[in-house]
Each structure stands twice: as C-alpha cells, then as structure tokens.
Design a protein around this ligand. Sequence first.
Ligand code: SF4
Ligand code: SF4
Length: 455
Amino acid sequence: ISHQEILDTLAYAEENKENRELLDAILAKAATFKGLNHREAAVLLECPLPEYKEKLFALAKEIKKAIYGDRIVLFAPLYLSNYCINGCVYCPYHSKNRDIKRKKLTQDQIREEVIALEAMGHKRIVIESGEDPLNNPLEYILESIKTIYGIKNKNGEIRRVNVNIAACSVEDYKKLHEAGIGTYTLFQATVDNYRLLKEAGIGTYILFQETYPKESYLQLHPTGPKHDYDYHTEAMDRAMQGGIDDVGIGVLYGLEHYKYDFVGLLMHAEHLEAVYGVGPHTISVPRICPADDIDVDDFSNAVPDDVFEKIVALIRVSTPYTGMIMSTRESQSMRERGLALGISQISGGSRTSVGGYKEEEKPEDNSAQFDRSDTRTLDEIVDWLLDLGYVPSFCTACYRAGRTGDRFMALAKSGQIHNCCQPNALMTLNEYIMDYGDEKTKAHGAKVIEQQLEN
Ligand code: SF4
Ligand code: SF4
C-alpha cells in the first residue's frame, strides 16, 4: 500500500473528474467485465456528473446479474465471547470498555444458540470471538466447533462453521482444521501458520484492514496485538505465501476518509492478483454504526448513503468476480439498493450479542458488538428476497467440493460458476421452505422455484 500512490491517484481523479473522454473510456472498459484499476475507479468515484453515476449503476447491475444471477447467499454470525484485549476505539469490545456486559457462552449455551439458529433454517454460520488468550483460548473455540457440528435438531444442521478469532500457533491451526472449519477470519498469522492452514484444506481466509492510512490506523488501534500496522496489512501476503488461495478483505467505512480507503482497498486487491494470481474471494462493506460506548458522531468521516451506494457499485465493476458481503449493520432499504448494485451475500435474522438467539437481551445486559439496522427474521428476509426477484440460497457447496482459489476464479471468469450456484440455490431454497418457511414463504418460494426451472 503506497501512501504516495494513493495521494497521486486522488489528485489524478480530481483533475479528471469531468474529463468526459476519459470517463467514457473507463466505462467502456468496465463494460467488458474485465474490471478497473484503482486510478480508473477513483476517477469515477470523484466524478460529480449525474449521467455518469447513472451509467455506472446500470453497469453494476448488469455485471451483478450476468455473473451472480439471482442467487443471494444467506448466513448468520454467532458470538461466543466478547472478552478482548485489543483497544480498537470503534468497537465496544475494546478492553477499556467497563460498561459493556462481558459474556462467554458455555457449551450448553452454545447448544441452545445453535438449536435456535437451526430452527430458523440457517446452514452457514460464522463464529465470532474477541481476542483474549485467557478467556477465549483455542481449546474453547475447538470445543465449541465440535459442539456446533454435533447438533442435529430435526432436519437442522450447520454445514459450515466459519471462524473469526485471533491468530494461533501452528499446532492450533492444525487443531482448528481437524475440527472441520471452513473460513478463517483471523487478525494475524505467520507464513508458516498459513501454509499449514492451506495444507489442512481451509476455505476462505477473511481479514478486514479496517482502514489503510497508517497514522489513523495506529490511533484507532492504540493498544493490543492489532496495533502492529505492517504485520496486519501484510497478513494476506503471508496467507498467500502460505498457500491460501481464497482471501476476503474489507475496510470499515467511516473510520477514515472513504476515498483513501477505497483506493487502498483496490490497490490491495490488485497487489494480490498481480503477485499471487488470485484476487480477493470476497470484499465486505461494513460501515461504522452505533454500539455501546460508540457514538457515530465521534467519527467525522461517516459515509453518507449516496456515496456508499456509489462505492458498492464501483467495487462491483472494478472487481467483477469478487463476492460482496453486506451485514445487518445496514437497513432494509440500503440492503435492497446494495443487492441491486453488487452485493451477493447477506446475513439474516442476526443477533450481534453474545447469546442473543435463544432470547433477546435486556437493554441493561447489552453485550452486542453493534446495533443492527435490519432486525427482520430470517423468514421475513427470505420472503423479501423472493419478492425482489432473488433466489435466497443456503448453499455451502464450494467449500465442501474444494472449489477455491484459481479453480473458483476460472469458473467465475468464464461465467460458469452460475451453473453451480443456480441449482444449489434452488435446491437449498426448496429445502428451506419445506422445513422452515411459513405458509406464505412456502407458497412464494415454490412459485419462484417453478418459474426459475421453467426459465
Ligand atoms: Fe477486539 Fe475485534 Fe473489537 Fe478490536 S474489533 S476490540 S479486536 S473484537
Ligand atoms: Fe457460493 Fe459456490 Fe454455492 Fe455458488 S456454488 S453459492 S459460489 S458456495
């Protein structure tokens, strides 16, 4: 991540923001589905001309439809523990927050949470835990994974447990793999650790940069292991050097100025593609939102909706073959707009507190990482997606079939991934409506499946 190149790019974008000849050429390149580089994307981001925004949005919709079809993959987070030794100033789990209720689920409580998630119809979850070797040691995570996989309630089962935990030792990673997890979201790890992870056959490794400008990063992460900017920023290189071919990146929009972070993110993606031959598998687009001890007004860089939409559309046209994830941080209407412009995966029926699925927390017991904007149930979200013309999907096939890295990218770039996603989406939707849909969703889903099969 070259600070000077980012500054030069922003100056170039400012200079050319109304250069119609250049803007037309950039859009023409994007229309070939080959993506855009960070300079080209930055010019479009800076461009104030309404007709170019319209063209950009139309193109993002076209690319989204052509590559991903109608399917939208659904998942849910499961918070195990909010003990954390890091000092991230934007997260209520930071170690100095004495107001938040610290909680850690027992195995019996995890069982109850998973039964509640399975009863909703979820098949894919990501377990979340703060970084705290004392309270959340790896043994605890491993035991929890085993517990989760072991729970088959009626027709319910969790088929993929993805994990968001701190870096561990080589031996720890081996143990994680043996426990059968899919996606790792780790903060830091060594090349050797990554190599072992790869040999162990993991799916996607996700790591959010949070923000790219170094000075701000250091201020936003004042204490704890995450304070080390270089080690954090180079984590994906070590992952790739260790042989992991599916990685997921993202920034937390609002921490810093979005233009810098947007260019930094695309440069990061370009770097991975150039050096390792595979760009990021997913890009997430979280925006800072309210939480205990966190007031969004303290973050003067908060990104307004219209700019945020433009960022989503620009990531879509710049990296056409990268999945895009939007969480319940965003409202129903923003998620609707995001889905049209490029989002391919969303969470549904989520609880962002520790132990929130079995029963809603009382306000005085607050242990949530952030306040959800979209509080609808999973069934409401499924029905809403059907209404919008999408096929809600509970597919977990790629991880299980070993379609990762260049094998996934080859299918995506040739447009053939659709041939995997579409039947899997229809089958898992059918499974969902039979087992969990209410009468309305059942009828609605059956109709959509029939129409899709006819098409
Ligand atoms: Fe801990 Fe992660 Fe929150 Fe930072 S963002 S305080 S590492 S849980
Ligand atoms: Fe995702 Fe692969 Fe399933 Fe498509 S087939 S929805 S890319 S897991």
